[in-house]
Design a protein around this ligand. Sequence first.
Ligand SMILES: C[S@@+](CC[C@H](N)C(=O)[O-])C[C@H]1O[C@@H](n2cnc3c(N)ncnc32)[C@H](O)[C@@H]1O
Length: 252
Amino acid sequence: MADFDPTAYGASGIADEYDDLYADHWETDGAVELVAELAAGGRVLELGIGTGRLALPLVGRGIEVHGVEGSPEMVAKLQAKPGGDRIPVVVGDFADADAGTGFDLVLLAVNTIFALPDQQAQVACFRNAARHLGPSGRFVVEAWVPDVGGFRNNRLVRPRLLHADRMSVESVELDPVDQMMHTVQAVFSNGSVRLYPANHRYAWPAELDLMAQLAGFHREGRWADWTRSPFTAESRAHVTVYRLGTPGAAGG
Ligand SMILES: C[S@@+](CC[C@H](N)C(=O)[O-])C[C@H]1O[C@@H](n2cnc3c(N)ncnc32)[C@H](O)[C@@H]1O
């Protein structure tokens, strides 16, 4: 596996403004609704739990949620929030961390599977999710569909935030050989600029499906978003539900 530091994301200082940058960016209510439905009252483990954007509302619905998180800074933000101290979190790399067994659903939201540095680590993550689940347990993965069409000479600059008091721009470099995108988001506000780097080893949905098969899952469902919109050729992201065992098997 490539050298990888699971603390890197939080070490950039992003924990201090993660909620401000992303609270409205990701679909939260729909995700909580669907995860709660699929968990059906069972126990949930969130890999890359972050500051608890999804975990806290799930706990608010009476669901037992545990987490794995690489960044102590992100965990500190989670634990400082009301109810955050009731969520057990293992600090470690979700490709191999051990947070127990017998979960009903493992969740890996936004594009966090791509935070792992290579295919080997991503396969290890699927296997680790399987190890944490009870029989017929579900692994729910949200990810974008790689879109390399907008790059020119393997480079891309795109605006992201645009507020009167704050704006941000992402500069992205594509490495099609290793399926990597190296991104730096520059966040500007009066008197300061912060740089947040992030590396993504991207994969198309079919490659994720194969990783899932290697770990003993089958694909139970795939939608374009958390409200179960159909996944089509135009979809830019997907929510995929993998389930342990073979399709149609008892409980599977
Ligand atoms: C984009 S944030 C998502 C946080 C949260 N799940 C949410 O939906 O708001 C990704 C999180 O995964 C963590 N992370 C990335 N790679 C990791 C790894 N290999 N092991 C554990 N945590 C990791 C980061 O530190 C960060 O908190």
